[in-house]
Design a protein. Structure first.
Length: 72
């Protein structure tokens, strides 16, 4: 079972520089929160700030992690 859920920025931010899924009201992207800059940063474009993020979600488990959980 996937425990991931969308989290609003009012509920909290992910740990520093952990890649997550983000939502800006139109598009889902991968980005990370840089706590030192106080900005969301793109994982696709080096040093590019991502603006307008309203929600974030942890990346889902990989298939191998899901299979290991089902066996154990």
């Amino acid at each position: 079972m996937n425990k991931s859920k969308w989290t609003t920025l009012f509920e909290g931010l992910p740990n520093n520089e952990v890649i997550v899924l983000t939502w800006d009201g139109e598009t889902i992207n991968k980005a990370y929160w840089d706590q030192y800059k106080g900005k969301w940063m793109s994982t696709e474009y080096l040093y590019k700030e991502v603006k307008g993020i309203t929600h974030w979600m942890a990346l889902p488990e990989s298939p191998s992690e899901l299979e290991a959980g089902a066996k154990g």
